[in-house]
Each structure stands twice: as structure tokens, then as C-alpha cells.
Design a protein around this ligand. Structure first.
Ligand code: ATP
Length: 370
């Protein structure tokens, strides 16, 4: 049995179905992230777990015990919000001490525990500062220490970094992960930022419209998205509607071209599919105006899919440069190249696009999604 179990949880607000029959298991010591666009129900799930909302249907079990209707103050949860929510008239130490005071621990014990926690979040020297004397990132560290003070069984973090600037966000997310691993905490983390989710989580639950789309380790979610939604929401990609031809030995038709893809024994010939290719799995080679594909097809790359096209846009992203390439068949490709390879390619340049069959993810694609 999992440490925390959500069984068929549903919650509506009037006509809005915020959460629909969600089942999810979280292991002890696991860092699980709820990832999805605004309004997909992430916060509602967290509030149901915390006890701030009551489910319309379904059950919540913690450590084998049903807590579905237990009031929030009797659930062993700690929560951190986007908006720090510190008490403005209390110092960092007093904020952290708040929950401990309610428990009537001795002042010496409280003081020692606060010192430990402030040291844990890197604020040992800020114990006597008030929130307005702290930066956003520091205030969020205090909020984290305050949530940890009562030794919750589950820590719930609702977009805790989204009010911070990019650099602080990255530092603090690494800190949160370090602390979680050091303490072996069970964490449910909410974000709409896919990069953050990929970086910080043991597993990610991708949500859409109140439902679970896919649950898996970050690499699995990125490399093997199972739905068109997940492929589009997590990571950049080229996504092209195509039709399977000779599905069992791995071919699919993209306009005039027959591409090689991994064999699709489960799908039938003629099935509409979405072809997903990650930008780092495509290479570009400069072509002179007169060059044809024939030259390259005769080379050792015959296993690769080859298309000609023209560079439309070049965006420098630091570690890689991202290109938008219009294939001659009209399809748009997104391609990432590391520095040196990217240097000579500019908009207007004719190029040869190449990607191996294994780079192609093939997803069933309902006509309604087209
Ligand atoms: P965000 O990232 O914008 O916070 P979210 O994924 O956390 O979004 P929720 O806040 O859980 O989504 O909201 C899910 C849906 O339920 C939304 O359509 C929202 O408008 C609705 N909703 C949430 N709370 C309430 C409420 N108290 N009253 C009415 N509707 C609500």
C-alpha cells in the first residue's frame, strides 16, 4: 500500500469540474509534482489533500488511514504557498516558531529547533529579521522552514517559486530538492513550469482538465509522452499530423514523403497519427542551392529520414541555438543545435534535415484533435 493514496477523487465548483476521478499514489519519501496548465485542478488537488476543501466523491488515505473528511488542522501536512504568507509583524524565528508554540513545547526546545530549521534553509544569520527585511527568496525559505517545523508527514508546495526571479527560482528549487532528500520528506509539488517539474521531481503527474494525463519519471514523460497533450505541454517538439503506411514495419506518410518510424504493430495502416520529434534529435546540414537529397541518400545515412527545407528563424538560447525550418513539403520543424554547428546557419539558408526513425514518436491522433 502506498503512503498517500488518492482514490477516485472528484471535486466540482458549480458547473466546473475541477478534479475528475483522480487516482494517484505517492510513496513515502517521494517528490511528486502535479504539472499542468492554469485551471487544470492542481491547486484543488493540493487543497483536498490538505483538508481545505472537501471532495464530492472519492477517498484519501494516509499511511493506511482514511483522512477524507478529517479537518485540516488534524492532518499532518505542511503547506507552502506562492505568496509566502508570513506573519509580517513576526521575525523569521517567530514565524518558524509559530506552529511549535501552538504545541506548547518548551522555549529552549523551540529556540533550538528554529535555529536548526533556519540553518537548514540557509538563513541562520537572519533569525531576527522581519519579512520586509528579507528578499522574496529568503521569505520563501522562512515559509519552508515554518512548514517543516511541525514535522509534517507530507509537505504540500503550491507554486512556491513562481513569484521569484529566474535565478533565485533555480537556486531555491535545488535547495528544496536537497532538503527533501536530506529529510526523506514526502512532497507534493504544484507547478505549471515544465522545466521546473522535470528538474525537481521523482515522478510527474501531468494534468489536463481535472484529469491525470500521464504519470511517470521525468525522463519517461519527456522521452515517451503517451498523449498528444503531454507531448505538446512538456518540452519543445516538432508535431506533425501524418498517416501510417505499412505500420508493422514502421512507415508513415507525411505529404509526399514516406518516413521511417519505429514499427507500430498495434496500429493499423491508414491510421491518423501525430509524429513527435524532439528538437535535439534532428540535425541540419547546409545545402547549396543546386544540391539535391540524392547525394546524401547514397551515403551511410540511408537509415535516416532526410528532408530538404529552408531556415526561417534562428533563436540563440545560450547552450543551443533553435531553428525553425520549413520543409519543402510545408511542414515546420524545430531543431536545436549546439554552438559550433549552428554558427553558419542563417535564415534563408537551404538545409538538409536528418533524423533517425527512433527519434520519431508516433501517437494516435483523433480527428477531433486535428
Ligand atoms: P492555477 O495554476 O491557475 O492555479 P490550477 O491548475 O491550480 O490553476 P485550480 O485552482 O485547482 O487549477 O482550479 C481548477 C478549476 O476550478 C478552475 O476552473 C477554477 O476556476 C475552478 N475553481 C477553483 N477553486 C474554485 C472556487 N473556490 N470556486 C469556484 N471555482 C473554483
Amino acid at each position: 500500500m502506498a503512503f498517500l493514496e488518492l482514490q477516485e477523487l472528484s471535486k466540482s465548483f458549480g458547473r466546473t469540474r475541477a478534479v475528475e476521478r483522480l487516482s494517484l499514489e505517492v510513496e513515502q519519501g517521494e517528490f511528486l509534482t502535479l504539472l499542468g496548465p492554469s485551471g487544470c485542478g492542481k491547486t484543488t488537488i493540493l487543497r483536498l489533500v490538505a483538508g481545505f476543501e472537501q471532495a464530492d466523491a472519492g477517498r484519501i488515505l494516509l499511511d493506511g488511514e482514511e483522512i477524507t473528511t478529517r479537518p485540516a488542522n488534524r492532518r499532518p501536512m505542511g503547506m507552502v504557498f506562492q505568496s509566502y504568507a508570513l506573519f509580517p509583524h513576526m521575525t523569521a524565528e517567530q514565524n518558524v516558531a509559530f506552529g511549535l508554540r501552538l504545541r506548547r513545547l518548551s522555549p529552549t526546545l523551540i529556540h533550538r529547533r528554529c535555529e536548526e530549521l533556519l540553518a537548514l534553509v540557509g538563513l541562520a544569520d537572519r533569525a531576527h529579521n522581519y519579512p520586509h527585511q528579507l528578499s522574496g527568496g529568503q521569505q520563501q525559505r522562512v515559509a519552508l522552514a515554518r512548514a517543516l517545523a511541525v514535522e509534517p508527514k507530507v509537505l504540500l508546495l503550491d507554486e512556491p517559486l513562481s513569484a521569484l526571479d529566474a535565478a533565485v527560482r533555480v537556486t531555491l528549487r535545488e535547495e528544496i530538492r536537497r532538503i527533501q532528500q536530506q529529510l526523506g520528506m514526502t512532497v507534493i509539488y504544484v507547478t505549471h513550469d515544465q522545466e521546473e517539474a522535470l528538474a525537481i521531481s521523482d515522478r510527474i503527474a501531468v494534468m489536463a482538465r481535472g484529469r491525470l494525463e500521464q504519470l511517470g519519471a521525468p525522463e519517461e514523460i519527456y522521452r515517451r509522452p503517451r498523449t498528444v497533450f503531454v507531448a505538446g505541454f512538456v518540452g519543445a517538439s516538432t508535431r506533425l499530423p501524418a498517416r501510417l503506411e505499412r505500420a508493422a514495419d514502421g512507415h508513415c506518410r507525411l505529404g509526399e514523403i514516406l518516413l521511417r518510424v519505429p514499427p507500430q504493430p498495434e496500429l493499423s495502416d491508414g491510421a491518423a497519427v501525430l509524429l513527435v520529434v524532439r528538437p535535439e534529435l534532428v540535425t541540419l546540414q547546409q545545402l547549396e542551392e543546386a544540391d539535391g537529397v540524392a547525394v546524401d541518400r547514397s551515403q551511410s545515412q540511408e537509415q535516416e529520414n532526410l528532408l530538404t527545407g529552408i531556415v526561417e528563424l534562428r533563436t540563440f538560447l545560450g547552450a543551443v541555438t533553435r531553428f525553425r525550418v520549413r520543409a519543402d513539403g510545408g511542414q515546420l520543424f524545430t531543431v536545436d543545435l549546439p554552438g559550433l554547428q549552428a554558427r553558419t546557419l542563417v535564415p534563408g539558408q537551404r538545409v538538409l534535415l536528418a533524423f533517425p526513425p527512433e527519434a520519431c514518436l508516433v501517437l494516435p491522433y483523433g480527428e477531433s484533435e486535428a
